[in-house]
Design a protein around this ligand. Structure first.
Ligand SMILES: Nc1ncnc2c1ncn2[C@@H]1O[C@H](COP(=O)(O)OP(=O)(O)OP(=O)(O)O)[C@@H](O)[C@H]1O
Length: 392
């Protein structure tokens, strides 16, 4: 199966509007499951439609296995039907005058697959996508979720080398979405199909993708494995877009931010602090304890919200030396909390859950502090000599 290369591609639908896609480059490797993720209107579908050949590029080049499919400056454009790419869009585009079985069979017939093999393939797809009993219905007699599965069956039946999916699970209920995700992962592993999957659902992207491309306002923000994107967000936009509940953001110059950074064994240079930087703290990386002998930040539990197997806990933090309004932080845990609303506790943050961003949103490194005790040592009771009040 081929690599897909996007080389500086742009799409401008109307001259008086900013480009829907702005100089995006990426390499989608053979056999990748690439999720293009981003908020509504960021250009995800436009990218997919350009790969499919349903939209011309305004600039740049798309090639598959080194062969140009669209190259603006060279005047190359290969039409969609010659690209051998399977497509499933949100709007399923089923043939309204054909039954489910005939819809699935249609492409195979065009390929001149022998009848016996064709019937078997249709039957396999019907079983795989759990649409048994619907074979003789017409699209108008199906629910949205059923139509979506028929559209997937019709495309998968063709066994395409490249499969483009635009929010193909959006109309399915939660249980069906889960089983379809598992099915897609299985298909991907089994057939090695290169999949480009558009979604605005970060959970879907994190669970399915081998690579995620995060987009915002037509620009590529970051491309990497789900772990890269989550653990090393390239900028503030990515850090805030990924994560549920979203990452806590604090002004880096606040005493609270500096204390939390210090007790994790890091430091921030004075230029960073003066430059309106922001400290991001992942809610699941916060750690609470009742141990007042440590150097944790004193906070108060202001709310506890059970979410079925997990808890979202709101914390209020106020630095002793700080006369500004207290800061609210969100903490999540899968362990039943032993606290009640109003309880005072001490907060620390796992070093890997801290992310620093400049005023313009670029990721900044946190330097390892030469003065403070490393986080692992802070956890040791023997080394917890300094009281919170000494630092705040
Ligand atoms: N045919 C078109 N003519 C003019 N503008 C368009 C056209 N199609 C899309 N756009 C604009 O281009 C931008 C990107 O649209 P696109 O559909 O690619 O975004 P998206 O990220 O897929 O959004 P969603 O998640 O809502 O489907 C949007 O601002 C949209 O309004």
């Amino acid at each position: 199966m081929p690599n897909i290369t996007l080389n500086n591609i742009s799409k401008r639908y109307t001259p008086d509007h900013p480009p829907a896609v702005d100089q995006v480059s990426m390499e989608i490797e053979d056999g990748a499951f690439m999720c293009v993720l981003g908020p509504s209107g960021c250009g995800k579908s436009t990218i997919l439609r350009m790969i499919a050949g349903l939209e011309n590029l305004t600039d740049g080049e798309i090639s598959v296995a080194g062969k140009s499919l669209d190259h603006v400056r060279k005047g190359i454009f290969i039409p969609p039907e010659k690209r051998h790419i399977g497509l499933v869009f949100q709007s399923y585009a089923l043939w309204p005058h054909m039954t489910v079985a005939r819809n699935i069979e249609f492409g195979l017939k065009l390929q001149r697959m022998p009848v016996q093999e064709r019937k078997q393939r249709v039957a396999d797809m019907i079983t795989m996508l759990k649409i048994e009993g619907l074979e003789d219905r017409y699209p108008a007699q199906l629910s949205g979720g059923q139509q979506q599965r028929v559209a997937l069956a019709r495309t998968l039946a063709m066994n395409p080398g490249v499969l483009l999916l635009d929010e193909p699970l959006s109309n399915l209920d939660a249980a069906l979405r889960l089983s379809m995700r598992a099915e897609l992962t299985r298909l991907h592993k089994e057939f090695g199909t290169t999949i480009v999957f558009v979604t605005h659902d970060q959970w879907e992207a994190m669970t399915l993708a081998t690579q995620i491309a995060v987009m915002n306002k037509g620009s590529l923000q970051q491309i990497g494995t789900p772990d890269d994107i989550y653990e090393r967000p390239a900028n503030r936009f990515v850090a805030e877009f990924i994560g549920n509940p979203p990452i806590n953001m604090l002004p880096a110059e606040s005493d609270i931010a500096q204390h939390l950074v210090n007790i994790s064994g890091f430091s921030m240079s004075s230029e960073v602090v003066a430059g309106q930087a922001t400290l991001g703290l992942r809610p699941e990386g916060l750690q609470l304890s009742t141990d007042a002998s440590g150097r944790g930040l004193p906070v108060v539990i202001s709310d506890i919200m059970p979410t079925g197997g997990a808890w979202i806990i709101e914390l209020q933090a106020r630095a002793a030396s700080d006369h500004t309004a207290p800061l609210n932080l969100v903490y999540t845990t899968q362990t039943p909390p032993m606290w009640r609303k109003g309880d005072p506790v001490f907060l620390r943050v796992a070093p890997h859950a801290m992310h620093l961003f400049s005023k313009d949103g670029a990721r900044l490194p946190l330097s390892v502090s030469s003065k403070t005790t490393a986080f692992a040592e802070v956890n040791s009771p023997n080394l917890c000599q300094s009281k919170t009040e000494d630092i705040l």
